[in-house]
Ligand binder design. Structure first.
Ligand code: CA
Ligand code: CA
Ligand code: CA
Length: 288
């Protein structure tokens, strides 16, 4: 025990020595050093020299890559490289947000600060993020870049106005499947003002089984994003010996308007493969 007492004594001596060196006024009960003068003297130094930072970082340039990703089989990476500068405190963090075509999904790329080269006062910063599988297809857009420095100054820059419009094209690759609007009828007449339903068959083939379509993923209409199926059944509508999937959609939900000549069906298989089919239509019941 004498050995331990020796260590304890030397710790006490070191604490007292540190307290003296730091100009502390007391050693707390817990042994924690209390140094009320330290923060005060730092503030005093800043005030004396007039060093303050009230200006947020500025954007020099920004780019993203790649320009397009395919998320059919899984997520994909996207990276943003930004050249930023700051006057005194240095860049602490920055953020670029990409919005999906509908605006309902977003992907954030940021750095904290993610310095790739240079310094936080003038450097190139990089960040990466993931575009998830099944992300909305189309052209995504980054509207702004926000930056904060170590003093807490924050700003947001409109990227288009700044001359750096960042876009990302997300493209699931659709497999083409054959569909038959109004199976059995060759004139696929659609009355856009009808309150009825439109039957659509997804046809099976030697390499594609319509039974493997994920029912909740099916959409049908002017773009293939509109109506959800009311009901479905498996039957051989084209008499080739394999079962096809017949779905019924409310006409009023399809977005089909007078003069439309094609309609699209989009879906995914239970395995996650996007599929797309199209068939011609003739609109009826329209004013001439
Ligand atoms: Ca600053
Ligand atoms: Ca037909
Ligand atoms: Ca069939």
């Amino acid at each position: 025990m004498r050995f331990r007492e020796g260590i304890a004594r030397s710790v006490v001596w070191n604490l007292v020595g540190l307290a003296v060196a730091a100009g502390c006024t007391e050693v707390g009960d817990s042994g924690r050093l209390v140094a009320p003068n330290a923060a005060f003297s730092q503030r005093g130094a800043a005030a004396e020299t007039g060093v303050e930072d009230v200006t947020p970082p500025t954007l020099v340039s920004v780019a993203s890559s790649p320009a397009a990703v395919d998320v059919t089989a899984g997520p994909a990476s996207i990276s943003v490289t930004a050249t930023l500068s700051d006057d005194v405190a240095g860049v602490q963090q920055w953020l670029v947000t990409f919005f999906s075509p509908s605006g309902s999904q977003l992907i954030q790329v940021f750095g904290t600060p993610g310095l790739a080269s240079g310094t936080t006062l003038s450097g190139t910063f990089a960040g990466t993020s993931q575009v998830p599988q099944f992300a909305e297809a189309g052209v995504w857009e980054a509207r702004s870049l926000s930056m904060t420095d170590n003093a807490g100054n924050n700003t947001s820059v409109d990227l288009t106005a700044a001359g750096f419009p960042l876009t990302l094209t997300v493209s699931p690759v659709y497999s083409q499947v054959e569909i038959d609007i109004k199976p059995g009828a060759s004139a696929n007449s659609v009355n856009p003002s009808s309150r009825g339903v439109i039957p659509v068959a997804i046809l099976s083939s030697p390499v594609f089984s319509a039974a493997g379509v994920e029912l909740t993923s099916v959409r049908f209409g002017a773009e293939g994003t509109e109506a959800v199926p009311l009901r479905s059944s498996l039957e051989d509508v084209d008499g080739d010996g394999d079962l096809d999937m017949v779905l019924h959609f409310l006409t009023e939900r399809t977005g089909l308007v007078c003069g439309a000549t094609t309609a699209f069906l989009k879906a995914r298989t239970v395995g996650g493969q996007p599929v797309e089919g199209t068939d011609s239509i003739t609109t009826v019941g329209c004013r001439r």
